[in-house]
Design a protein around this ligand. Structure first.
Ligand SMILES: C[S@@+](CC[C@H](N)C(=O)[O-])C[C@H]1O[C@@H](n2cnc3c(N)ncnc32)[C@H](O)[C@@H]1O
Length: 244
């Protein structure tokens, strides 16, 4: 399946808030608020406003880029959501026409860009929108290849009295792509929810940043600034645009 910039929203906008809760929103909003100080914020892939709305409530000036009008419609329907400026565009290649002091892309969304070239281009687009010394925060999972057997994995995500949710994944190690099919079997039928993610290791992400003129400033293994170790399942990485 081909994932364009609006595919995610077409598939998930209706159920996003109900089904995609990472459980870290308060911690991530607090860390970004602390790091950003009084900066103007740019959120890539702003979605339904999970991060943006509480940040605006804290007093931040914030703009978003988002590929899916369906996701943005959900944000617009929430209190304060109609006032946040959003450019509907591919986050790999966008032009807002003004610069920011702090940008962020969270919840593994860098990996929604399904090629290395698109991810590299995304860093370049962000760097173009940052002021000298401006920062870019990225949160992604650390790929866990131990769960695959012959490049495939199947997991039970949920079992209820009248339902079972399964997640099947194919791993393409050449392109570093996970092809997901989430299968929800309930009394009323079967629902399929596909997703394609192109993963990158933290050091590859650092290189993408460096190519765009951004230097790694800090990396944590979680939103409470846990140390990043061999056992970390995710990372929060902060890059700074070099002052040239
Ligand atoms: C996992 S959601 C994250 C939304 C929000 N940032 C959050 O943390 O809740 C991924 C978001 O990325 C958007 N997206 C996916 N590919 C995109 C692209 N190429 N350009 C812009 N947005 C994209 C989707 O429409 C969706 O809103």
């Amino acid at each position: 399946m081909k994932f364009e910039s609006d595919t995610f929203g077409k598939l998930y906008a209706d159920e996003y808030d109900k089904l995609h809760n990472p459980g870290t929103t308060t911690a991530s909003v607090n860390l970004i608020a602390e790091l950003a100080g009084s900066s103007r914020l740019l959120e890539l892939a702003i979605g339904t406003g999970r991060m943006a709305l509480p940040l605006v409530e804290k007093g931040f000036e914030l703009e978003g880029v988002e590929g899916s009008p369906d996701m943005v419609d959900k944000m617009r329907a929430k209190p304060g959501g109609a006032d946040i400026p959003v450019l509907i565009a591919d986050m790999a290649d966008f032009e807002i026409g003004r610069s920011f002091e702090f940008a962020f892309l969270v919840f593994n969304t860098l990996f929604n860009l399904t090629s290395q070239a698109a991810q590299v281009q995304c860093f370049q687009s962000v760097a173009r929108h940052l002021e000298p010394g401006g920062r870019f925060l990225v949160e992604t999972f650390v790929p866990d290849l131990t769960r695959f057997d012959e490049y495939q994995a199947l997991r039970t995500k949920h079992i209820g009295a009248g339902s079972v949710w399964l997640e099947a994944v194919e791993h393409d190690p050449v392109e570093q792509v996970f092809n997901f099919q989430r299968v929800r079997i309930t009394d009323s039928g079967v629902r399929l929810a596909p997703l394609v993610m192109r993963y990158a290791w933290p050091q590859e992400i650092d290189l993408m940043a460096e190519l765009a003129g951004l230097q790694l400033e800090a990396r944590w293994g979680g939103w409470a600034r846990e140390p990043f170790t061999a056992d970390s399942k995710m990372h929060v990485s902060l890059y700074r645009k070099t002052e040239d």
